[in-house]
Write a protein that binds this ligand. Structure first.
Ligand code: WTA
Length: 633
């Protein structure tokens, strides 16, 4: 347990070591794992390529570090507690021994169905333990999983299947979420009409909704594992073999497949989990994210299981069947670490304190926040009413691309400061740069957040398009990884994340590219042009505001607005549906034809006090028309 930091001075010492001698530092951390062959070199890198290799030439299997390494000491310990959507249905508790057996069975089944090392497998599933088992089985045999959030539409699913040329989809018949019964398999069927790489679909039976099974292609999960052995010899993988692809939105075009590789991701997801949450042996840990996002990958599945922790998976939503559901679950399982998103906090805060009255929450030791900036009001509400003023609150800043938590207090070690992600983890070297890329040193500075040195779980590429990876992350400020976030270093040297500085909006902690939403809107036949911006939203953090130029013949404005919202829901999914659609006669454009989004953001935020210089616009008169159309005169 030499990797575990226990005191603030210990943190500063470890941090210094990690900067002075990064290879020695990470080599030492990595010795806690089992390797089939040790590395020749801890790190080779350049950010120009980028070309980043951790634990070069080492051989390993990540799942051996979850199972074989830990079974001796805690095979009987609960690995996954699963709480169903409907509280009257029975929960499941799966021990490490059982999880190992289930993973092996499914690994054997995948191999029997023709999945080989390097093949891409899409996982499109509800929050059931089988989603984690599917991920682990892929890791066991060396297949590359790409989990797609089950709220995405069939079009979004097909795009992802095609982008990585996947061979298999693992899905379920349906999904219980709140009072909804979603027909998941039907979405897959629809998606597969527009793809041709998928050979097999494995369907886990969850809701018993009727599904069509295509002969020769579709197989039931319970049938494929039926005769399979509960042991499996783990594949020998290279440190840099792909572990998974996870699609995420950026400021341009379609979502990109962020690539994470085996050894570095393993080392860092575990190191960060262990230190940030200060998990101890008998604790029950709960992260409320969905496995479809990076938070679910690193902090429901990989980080906790590598630690040998008990990780809770919840199938449902915070407000079903009542707004006290989260707190009921905390008490039911005596949860010790609770990790959620600011949007969930704000949504529950809106119900007041009454839903909390029946629950003690006494088991909680650590509470955490992730996904978007947490405003001070929500921070205090969470800290006072959920953490009862005594639990450290870890505000964890990181990204799909970073693989693990980068800047965060270490629970109970780093002094809490509301709304501040605070200090970097060992190994992380954040810097603040101005628009020209000059590093802003010292305290009391504000600028763009970059990282100047690699850490083990940094993305290696964007799948199938290395140039895009370079352009997106390593070209804005050559020599640095650019995060896309703004940041402030305060007078104590603590970091506060200010939110995205690019065209990415963060809706309820979900990343959406404005271009992606615009492309969806433009699919509507009556739409001529559109521009999408974010605006402050009380619960979601940011909402989506779309300005749309339409052909108004034959349809009322109300009809069009509804149809446009439905189009986005259909093309991307409900999470991308605009909160507001304003039909406009034109969009403010510069002489070079670029949309002046600054003005659109101001109008969407209902703040037209200072619109800045609009004289350089090609069509300045449009501004007052947009303002009056928004009802803001
Ligand atoms: C934002 C989620 C402020 C940020 C793990 C980042 C945050 C984007 C925080 C990545 C935080 C995440 N404080 N902002 N604690 N955590 N963000 O890829 O803008 O879904 O760039 O990863 O979320 O979102 P992603």
């Amino acid at each position: 347990m030499s990797y575990k930091i226990k005191t603030l001075s210990g943190y500063f010492q470890e941090y210094q070591k990690s900067i002075d001698q990064p290879e020695k530092f990470w080599g030492h951390v990595a010795e806690n794992f089992i390797w089939k062959k040790p590395w020749d070199k801890v790190l080779s890198w350049n950010f120009e390529g980028p070309d980043i290799r951790w634990f070069e030439n080492a051989k390993l299997n990540l799942t051996e570090n979850i199972f074989e390494r830990n079974l001796v000491t805690h095979g009987e310990k609960t690995a996954i507690i699963w709480e169903p959507n409907d509280p009257s249905e029975e929960e499941r508790r799966i021990s490490y021994n059982e999880l190992f057996a289930l993973t092996c069975q499914f690994s054997n089944a995948l191999e029997l169905q023709g999945i080989q090392k390097g093949d891409r497998v899409i996982i499109y599933m509800p929050m059931v333990p089988e989603a984690a088992i599917a991920m682990l089985a892929c890791a066991r045999i060396g297949a590359v999983h790409s989990v797609v959030f089950a709220g995405f539409s069939s079009t979004a699913l097909a795009d992802r299947i095609n982008d990585c040329n996947a061979k298999m989809v693992i899905t379920s018949d349906g999904n219980f979420r709140g009072n909804k019964n979603i027909e998941v398999k039907a979405v897959v069927d629809e998606a597969l009409k527009n793809t041709n790489s998928i050979e097999k679909v494995i369907v886990y039976q969850r809701t018993n909704v009727e599904v069509t099974m295509k002969t020769g292609r579709d197989l039931w999960w319970h049938e494929v594992i039926q005769n399979e052995s509960k042991t499996h010899v783990a594949a020998t993988l290279d440190a840099e073999d792909l572990l998974f692809i996870l699609y995420t939105s950026g400021s341009t075009g379609k979502p990109k497949g962020v690539v994470h590789t085996t050894a570095g991701y393993m080392v860092y997801s575990h190191y960060s989990f262990s230190n940030v949450f200060q998990y101890t042996e008998e604790d029950v840990y709960w992260c409320t994210a969905d496995v479809g996002w990076i938070t679910g990958h690193s902090y429901i599945v990989y980080g906790p299981l590598l630690e040998g922790a008990t990780t809770l998976m919840f199938e449902g939503v915070p407000t079903y069947p009542h707004p006290g559901r989260f707190w009921e679950i905390v008490d039911k399982y005596q949860v010790n670490q609770f990790y959620t998103a600011p949007t969930a906090i704000r949504a529950l805060q809106a119900y007041g304190l009454e839903p909390l009255e029946s629950y003690s929450l006494e088991s909680l030791k650590v509470i955490g926040s992730v996904g978007e900036p947490i405003n001070e009001e929500a921070w205090h509400w969470y800290h006072d009413n959920i953490g009862k003023g005594k639990c450290p609150l870890v505000d964890t800043w990181w990204q799909t691309e970073t693989g693990g938590i980068m800047i965060s207090p270490l629970a109970g070690i780093t002094p809490n400061k509301p709304a501040h992600a605070s200090l970097p983890l060992p190994g992380i070297q954040p810097i603040i740069v101005d628009a020209e890329g000059n590093e802003l040193k010292g305290n009391n500075v504000e600028g763009n957040l970059c990282i100047k040195f690699p850490w083990p779980s940094i993305l290696r590429t964007t799948y199938g398009d290395h140039k895009r990876c370079k352009e997106t992350y390593f070209s804005t400020y050559p020599g640095f990884y650019f995060t896309g976030d703004g940041v402030k270093r305060d007078h104590d040297g603590y970091l506060r994340i200010l939110g995205r500085v690019d065209d990415v909006i963060n809706v309820s902690g979900h990343r959406m590219g404005t271009a992606e939403v615009e492309n969806a809107i433009n699919e509507h036949p009556k739409v001529i042009e559109s521009a999408v911006v974010g605006f402050p939203h009380n619960i979601k953090g940011q909402g989506i505001y779309a300005y749309v130029i339409c052909d108004m013949k034959d349809k009322s404005e109300g009809e069009l607005i509804q149809e446009i919202k439905d189009t986005v829901r259909k093309i991307i999914g409900p999470i991308a549906k605009p909160d507001a659609v304003q039909i406009v006669p034109g969009l403010p454009k510069t002489r070079s034809g670029k949309i002046m989004r600054r003005i659109l953001r101001k109008v969407a935020s209902k703040d037209i006090s200072n619109l800045g210089d609009i004289s350089t616009l090609l069509n300045p008169e449009i501004v007052s028309q947009i303002i009056s159309g928004a009802g803001l005169e």
